[in-house]
Design a protein around this ligand. Sequence first.
Ligand SMILES: Nc1ncnc2c1ncn2[C@@H]1O[C@H](COP(=O)(O)OP(=O)(O)O)[C@@H](O)[C@H]1O
Ligand SMILES: [Mg+2]
Length: 307
Amino acid sequence: MSSSEIITAKNLTKVYGKTIAVSGISFSINRGECYGFLGPNGAGKTTTMKMIHCFSPMTAGKLTVTEMDVRREQRKIKAIMGVVPQEENLDPDLKVLKNLIVYARYFDIPVKTAEERAIELLNFLQLKDKMNSKIGELSGGMKRRLLIARSLINNPKILILDEPTTGLDPQARHLIWQRLRLLKKNGITMILTTHYMEEASQLCDRVAIIDKGKILTEGEPKKLVADNIGTEVVEIRLEDENQEAILEQLNEFNFTYERAGDTLYLFSNNGKELLHSIVDVKHSQLLHRPATMEDLFLKLTGRGLRE
Ligand SMILES: Nc1ncnc2c1ncn2[C@@H]1O[C@H](COP(=O)(O)OP(=O)(O)O)[C@@H](O)[C@H]1O
Ligand SMILES: [Mg+2]
């Protein structure tokens, strides 16, 4: 293990009854990095997070956090971690500030220190004027920000964020991204799960795309896209039977493609070259754009629904 690694997993496995939720995955996360787990519903993201923060015991494999074994050093590991769970679990009987102060007790933080820190954190997450509000009065975005504030109460070295912006509006989401980038600048290591590709590209140094408990690929977002898809995409909205004709017009070029319903996706490093050779298609049926993580994600995990 290199000294830059803060979390190392080898053949990490979790089985629930007959379900293999996590199937022998290996990864390592570096100090100060933001590492993302991307995957459709049921991929095993939350299960992986829960094993890292010692909430759910692993079935097999090896998992260490700052060289401590999650099976043996749970207390010490929990002390250096902040966790934003996927499901909101604030205490509805306590007001906003009190939620943070009571949570601080788990870490044996003296009340006075906890109070100062709580106010500082509410400020940081733009929640100070909600200090005395009831949890029930908060919007979805405020609750998520409060969960982030709560996760920071023990000054964690590692922050785990399980779908931190799912269901939020763009304003709320962008505010959270800003705050997370600031935390990263301050040196905190972040592990994030999401199914928003934009979020992964905005925040993560590296991502692992997982599905059915397995890592399909891992790396820097931009490089992953360029290596697997190319840099550009041409989308052509067209009846099925005419898609074949287009592909014939382009047979001299180097590209890959995918057909999905009314759309033909062409992936290449030179979209212009392709566009110039497409005839008999209206301008309004064509879209030329940069390739994204979403293209890669759909290529690897398919277009079938996961509900
Ligand atoms: N407590 C549990 N008991 C039984 N099965 C579970 C439990 N938690 C998760 N699973 C199953 O494990 C798989 C992975 O779930 P999860 O880690 O929550 O995926 P994700 O967070 O990527 O949506 C799913 O098939 C899910 O139904
Ligand atoms: Mg989940």
